[in-house]
Design a protein around this ligand. Structure first.
Ligand SMILES: C[S@@+](CC[C@H](N)C(=O)[O-])C[C@H]1O[C@@H](n2cnc3c(N)ncnc32)[C@H](O)[C@@H]1O
Length: 248
């Protein structure tokens, strides 16, 4: 309980507007949901095989993972985030490798579609998938990023800021590799990790000490970082553009 409240206090310090949400009933429902989930699962994490700096949340089943991930959306008022992150991301994406009108873009774990809108603003042909896109979402389709419904080699760009929500990082990387066209670009926005005093989100299922650990995991699967760009909003992190290193 104290840990959960402490984390919320840190998030409010980073974004004081979040305090206003403390008075909403849905926030209290979310708090009790988190406490119930943590009591049931004991909030246990274990290291990824051969990579102790990377941790996976322990779930009793894939079904429990899916239910946990899909439960977050209902508790949030994302109107302000939708407006501000759309602008921040659009400006960060401008001029990055692969960004051009009509580029085919798939956003993984895109929830209400904020990142999809940022790519559309730049003239791309963009769509998202999410376990829970909510109702009547014209930007994001239902889908699981471990088993994507689209054919191989169809995407110029894959974007995700939800890598910390994977159940099986190797399966996710396998899907990204399958979906990218030759010469395609993977763009990840990753939050800082444990070593920078950032605790995993209550819904996160995968966690790193440093963003370098995530970059090293992708390097093992032939993803070569082209550009790395730190940012502070909406959370402290880095945007990393990767290409597939075909020489390997
Ligand atoms: C932290 S939220 C980020 C949402 C969105 N990218 C944004 O910035 O607003 C993580 C999202 O990943 C989604 N997610 C988690 N696991 C997923 C999976 N296996 N396949 C697709 N989406 C998933 C969750 O439903 C949630 O919407």
């Amino acid at each position: 309980m104290i840990g959960v409240l402490f984390d919320e206090a840190k998030k409010i310090a980073r974004n004081p507007k979040r305090l206003g949400q403390a008075f909403h009933l849905r926030r209290w429902r979310q708090l009790f949901g988190i406490l119930r989930f943590n009591a049931r699962t004991r909030n246990r994490w274990s290291p990824l095989a051969n990579a102790r700096q990377l941790q996976q949340r322990e779930y009793s089943s894939y079904d429990q993972y899916v239910r946990h991930q899909a439960s977050k959306f209902a508790h949030l008022d994302l109107a302000e985030y939708d407006r501000t992150y759309r602008e921040q991301l659009r400006e960060r994406l401008r001029g990055q490798p692969g960004i051009r009108p009509a580029a085919a873009v798939l956003c993984l774990g895109a929830r209400q579609g904020t990142e999809v809108k940022a790519f559309l603003d730049l003239g791309c042909f963009a769509v998202g998938i999410d376990l829970n896109p909510g109702r009547d979402n014209k930007y994001v389709l239902p889908g699981d990023f471990h088993d994507v419904q689209f054919p191989a080699a169809t995407m110029d760009i894959i974007f995700t800021n939800s890598f910390d929500h994977t159940f099986d990082p190797k399966k996710l990387i396998g899907e990204i590799t399958r979906l990218l066209k030759p010469g395609g670009v993977l763009i990840i926005e990753a939050i800082q990790g444990e070593a920078d005093n950032i605790a995993p989100d209550h819904y996160a299922s995968f966690w790193w000490q440093k963003i370098d650990d995530l970059v090293a995991l992708l390097a093992q699967h032939n993803f070569k970082p082209l550009r790395r760009h730190p940012f502070t909003q909406p959370w402290p992190g880095e945007q990393i553009c990767f290409t597939v290193d075909s020489a390997k």
